[in-house]
Design a protein around this ligand. Structure first.
Ligand SMILES: *Cc1c(COP(=O)(O)O)cnc(C)c1O
Length: 305
């Protein structure tokens, strides 16, 4: 999969930013590829390459029913001429939601496993059983975070992004955050906004940095207070913010990742977290495919893209 030469960056203007003496720009990973948007492109790229190198023509991965990772994996496998298997948490319900429908249309074979079995997804016995059933596949873990994913996410920032003092990213499994961290320039600070409830993410990130021996010229900080109740949760305050953001800047956010992060950044700007003269780069990690599934699940309308 080829990377586009440049990823568009969009500058945001607003009276609050002027008042606080801050610049805010958005790195539009949601626009990089017509089919595989956002950070998932970077996370999958080297994994699919590796799968081919190993002579494996099937990838197998795990995800929830609305997963951006499942959606992107089905698309990437198709482009690369690989078979794909998606192990989906929960039961199959008809009609399939838009995410799974799309994945299945692209040829991904979906298998549904109950929540208890799903917990074994990384265990050797379980994976051995799967290999007996499906043959020798290339395994991509849930959420797609592994060594090669982090190699890919280190390519998100380019030289021109060194002019920013703060880089902001949402966090799920942390693979994107870890890659960004390793690619910071000196004096740059990476701010992460966890979509999941809990403090475990601090350890998770420390673990990734140690395991993959990541070095950085910059520093990082993680915020765990903008999860809005947890991963698949939302609050009307967040939905209103997503609409406000769309109406003011013409940019669509998702309620799982980028909406929470943008809310957090805006809140921090209001609270004077950022010194005067700060230049903030918000990494829009995509995920907009999930918006129609979100509306199907909750009945709440979101901006379209
Ligand atoms: C998957 C995803 C994330 C989280 O990425 P991790 O590498 O798992 O932390 C963030 N934003 C969007 C839009 C995603 O789809």
């Amino acid at each position: 999969m080829l990377l586009p030469k440049t990823i568009p960056t969009q500058v945001i203007t607003h009276s609050l930013l002027e008042e606080k003496g801050i610049e805010l720009a958005i790195k539009r990973l949601d626009l990089i590829h017509s089919e595989i948007s956002g950070n998932k492109f970077f996370k999958l790229k080297y994994n699919l390459e590796q799968s081919k190198k190993e002579g494996k023509n099937t990838i197998l991965t795990f995800g929830g029913a609305f997963s951006n990772h499942i959606y992107a994996s089905s698309q990437a496998a198709k482009i690369e001429g690989l078979e794909s298997i998606g192990m989906i948490r929960g039961e199959r319900t008809e009609p399939l939601n838009p995410t799974l429908l799309h994945a299945e249309k692209l040829g991904m074979k979906l298998y549904f496993i109950d929540r208890i079995a799903y917990r074994n997804k990384a265990k050797t016995d379980f994976l051995t059983d799967l290999k007996e059933r499906f043959g020798d596949f290339y395994l991509i873990p849930e959420g797609g975070t592994n060594e090669l994913a982090i190699k890919g996410t280190q390519e998100i920032l380019d030289l021109e992004d060194q002019l920013y003092s703060h880089i902001c990213s949402s966090i799920g499994t942390g693979g994107t955050f870890a890659g960004l961290y390793a690619s910071l320039g000196s004096n740059q600070k990476l701010l992460g906004f966890s979509s999941l409830k809990g403090e475990f993410i601090h350890q998770e990130i420390t673990g990734l940095i140690e395991k993959h021996k990541l070095l950085s010229k910059g520093t990082y900080k993680i915020f765990t207070n903008y999860h809005f109740g947890g991963y698949a949760k939302h609050k009307s305050e967040l939905i209103e913010f997503i609409w406000w953001f769309y109406e003011n800047f013409g940019l669509v956010l998702d309620p799982i990742y980028t909406g929470k992060m943008a809310f957090g950044i805006w809140d921090l700007i209001k609270k004077d977290y950022f010194p005067i003269g700060s230049k903030i780069l918000l990494v829009h990690s995509g995920g907009l495919q999930g918006n129609s599934g979100f509306t199907a699940r909750t009945g709440i309308k979101l901006p379209n893209f």
